[in-house]
Design a protein around this ligand. Structure first.
Ligand SMILES: [Zn+2]
Length: 478
């Protein structure tokens, strides 16, 4: 339910447009508009479950490979920014089985493991990462609509200010296919998903529909390539290994959630009509009703879901999100608290709870919020949304210097050294010398001290920002 954006002033002009595209729920942002990253505890858990055994099989360190969800319902996946896999939500909702998604992941891991030297695409293909939004896109609009939108839309993931779209050679593609099959075999899984995925899109390509699918432009499909894969897939002792009904059900569930949050509600109701009383059906409709502002209908569906699975943290999380975004802040505390009790290690659930607690503006709640945020930030120190919430909590508690330190951390995590330096300096001046907070502020001052070039750039950006001719849209994100 969180919106986090990485927006330095230099990027403001380009990103303002992309952000408005996200808010309007425009599908399929193009490279020029930027890439929006999505955070969601439930979906991330499933993707980790798919990815981690494959990383182990590839002999790669689980922690050294990042996996990011791109909020885009076109089929695509790519490697960028070093060892980072970017998976489109479209790949998840278009795939029939987990094995098809795993095949795509295994192929991308094959590129990483093979350390394939890359040729960069032409200049227009570099995509700019503009925003990290959880699936609750409502809050994006809520924050941007507030006067301080620029302050609330928070920087994150500095290493992905831009993404290089890679171009591989045919040989490298074939090597990645082979590697994918090796990793799937080593994990005792069938690699048929690789074939079914590629064949489906080959058919569409013939029907000239898939031309728009970037993935298949960068991964040209030849019958030769597919035949080579098929021979090896069928020879594998695991060719007939099937996924369990539980694994399929788990995929249907996150597909429903993504569709509920990202597809126009009318289409959601078409795909999941009221006659569909399955759990995914109820899940998708609950979200779609919520997005239409029909909270009562949404809550009815959600109540049924919670009755089916009272211990599912994500249903309680969704209830908390619905209430919070409907302005019923105090009521949102209990479901968010329940979600964290059911899944205490999940950082994002803690941040949700903290945001609700901060909204109540009571001292005890603010103190509790600080402890949840510290817990989350110890696990995700680049989560700028959490740093922003921490600053809010300290500010509300009257702890101005601590709020400034948290703001310095937020800018530092976003790669904005200039602002990190400014806020860390202020915090250091006010904090008691020798305390852990003072030590950290001093560290940030030393580490984030801007270079003369950064100072010149910053001054120029400030002059532009003050210009009466600066378009309004730019100001949102300074
Ligand atoms: Zn490839």
């Amino acid at each position: 339910m969180i919106t986090i954006a990485r927006l330095s002033s230099a990027l403001a002009r380009a990103t303002a447009f992309a952000a408005s595209a996200v808010m309007a729920l425009t599908p399929a942002a193009t490279a020029q508009q930027g890439v929006s990253l999505i955070r969601d505890t439930e979906i991330e858990a499933v993707m980790r479950e798919y990815t981690e055994p494959l990383l182990d099989a590839a002999g790669l360190n689980r922690d050294s490979v990042g996996l990011y969800l791109v909020g885009n319902n076109e089929f695509n996946a790519f490697v960028s920014g070093g060892q980072n896999i970017f998976m489109h939500t479209g790949t998840i909702i278009i795939s029939d089985t987990p094995s098809e998604i795993k095949a795509v992941l295994a192929h991308e891991i094959g590129h990483i493991e093979g350390a394939h030297l890359v040729r960069f695409g032409d200049g227009t293909r570099g995509a700019m990462v503009t925003m990290i939004a959880t699936l609750g896109l409502g809050i994006v609009a809520a924050l941007a609509g507030s006067g301080a939108g620029g302050a609330a839309i928070i920087a994150s993931a500095p290493q992905f200010a831009t993404l290089d779209v890679m171009r591989y050679t045919r040989t490298q593609e074939a090597a990645a296919d082979q590697a994918a099959m090796t990793f799937l075999e080593r994990t005792g899984q069938s690699a048929r998903g690789l074939i079914t995925t590629f064949e489906r899109f080959r058919y569409q390509e013939v029907m000239s529909e898939a031309r728009r699918y970037e993935y298949f432009r960068s991964h040209p499909l030849s019958s030769q390539r597919i035949d080579a894969m098929r021979r090896r897939v069928e020879a594998s002792p695991y060719a007939d290994v099937e996924e369990s009904p539980e694994q399929i059900a788990e995929l249907r569930r996150i597909q429903a959630k993504i569709i509920g949050f990202t597809v126009a509600p009318a289409q959601v109701f078409q795909r999941y009509p009221e006659s569909d009383t399955s759990l995914p059906g109820q899940y998708a409709r609950a979200v779609a009703y919520f997005r239409q502002g029909r909270l009562e209908q949404a809550q009815q569906r959600l109540a049924q879901l919670i009755e089916m699975e009272p211990e599912n943290p994500f249903f309680h999380e969704l209830e908390g999100q619905m209430l919070y975004e409907s302005g019923r802040i105090e009521e949102s505390v209990a479901p968010h608290r329940r979600a964290t009790e059911l899944m205490p290690d999940a950082p994002l659930l803690r941040v949700n709870l903290a945001a609700s607690l901060i909204g109540t503006n009571e001292d005890d709640a603010l103190q509790e919020a600080v402890s949840h945020l510290r817990f989350a930030l110890a696990r995700e120190d680049e989560n700028s949304w959490a740093w922003f919430q921490l600053a809010l909590a300290h500010e509300a508690l009257g702890e101005t210097a601590m709020a400034q330190l948290a703001t310095a951390e937020r800018f530092f995590a976003a790669g904005n050294n200039m602002q990190a330096f400014v806020f860390a300096s202020r915090a250091r001046d006010e904090l008691d010398r020798g305390t852990p907070a003072w030590v950290r502020a001093s560290e940030l001052v030393a580490v984030a001290e801007p270079t003369p070039q950064e100072i010149r750039d910053w001054n120029r950006a400030e002059r532009e920002r003050r210009s009466p001719f600066t378009p309004q849209a730019d100001r949102l994100f300074h």
